[in-house]
Design a protein. Structure first.
Lengths: 162, 103
């Protein structure tokens, strides 16, 4: 019971942090502040994965997103010049679109009954994930590794000075 | 009140919508890519929430989340390389100035 209460409190705190960081990301006019907000949101997502008993995914989230992707974003900011952008023309239509989408998503989610399993979540996830990735999902696993290599080579070729 | 699958799904829907607002309203291509990463992450959150409540012992959702994460990493690399190439050619990262393909 104490465990469930802790998870509930952690969920609400992490949800507030993540939504706050996301709002900061899309509203700030400073590109570097946006990068900081993105990193805060990545940590919030990592915490949310931890509350879902997804220990490996939480670690990967911190390593790949808060580590690698954040560094790549900061490099992209440093290599390009940014002037403070004024409010875009599409701000009001974009806000309307986003609110409509959120209402549609929320409505359809709450109308659906999911097939909830009563089993307890797995405690030690990496071995199960390894069996999934190298068992039934071995073909997508290989395809995604080819995609990653080709994306890296493509990024080098596109970004190279000539 | 116990936190259930709907809490996480609604949270992910809100975060996805915020990311969509960022992609549509901003003109800085780097910030657009950041908002796109936010959308990818909220999709991963739904997958892991389903993994927790629908397939708690098989972890199918988490396996899918790993694939989404890989594709998102590839997208970030190629996207930022394209931004750098555009910046090198026209010294700007504003998405409004990239209109060579406009008919």
């Amino acid at each position: 019971m104490d465990m469930a209460l802790g998870v509930t409190i952690a969920f609400w705190i992490l949800a507030a942090v993540t939504v706050g960081a996301a709002v900061w990301l899309v509203t700030t006019r400073n590109v570097f502040h946006a990068a900081l907000a993105l990193i805060a949101a990545f940590f919030g997502f990592g915490g949310l994965y931890a509350t879902l008993s997804a220990d490996f995914m939480a670690a990967v989230q911190i390593l790949v997103y808060a580590g690698a992707v954040a560094i790549v974003m900061v490099f992209a900011i440093m290599m390009t010049a940014h002037q403070r952008e004024d409010a875009g023309r599409f701000q009001a239509p974009a806000a309307i679109m986003a609110v409509v989408l959120a209402v549609i998503i929320g409505f359809s989610l709450l109308q659906t009954t999911w097939q909830i399993s009563s089993a307890q979540p797995a405690q030690n996830t990496p071995p199960i994930l390894a069996e999934q990735l190298l068992g039934p999902y071995v073909l997508p696993f290989e395809i995604v590794s080819v995609l990653l290599v080709s994306a890296m080579v493509g990024a080098i070729i596109i970004a190279r000075e000539r | 009140m116990e936190v259930g699958v709907n809490h996480y799904l609604v949270l992910a829907g809100i975060l996805f919508s915020i990311g969509l607002y960022g992609v549509l309203s901003r003109r800085n291509a780097v910030v657009m890519l950041m908002a796109l990463e936010l959308m990818f992450n909220s999709v991963n959150l739904t997958l892991i929430a389903f993994s927790r409540w629908v397939t708690p012992s098989l972890l199918t959702g988490q396996a899918f989340a790993i694939f989404v994460l890989t594709v998102a990493a590839a997208e970030a690399t190629v996207g930022l390389a394209i931004v750098l190439a555009i910046y090198r050619n026209r010294a700007s990262v504003s998405a409004e100035q990239v209109d060579e393909l406009r008919g």
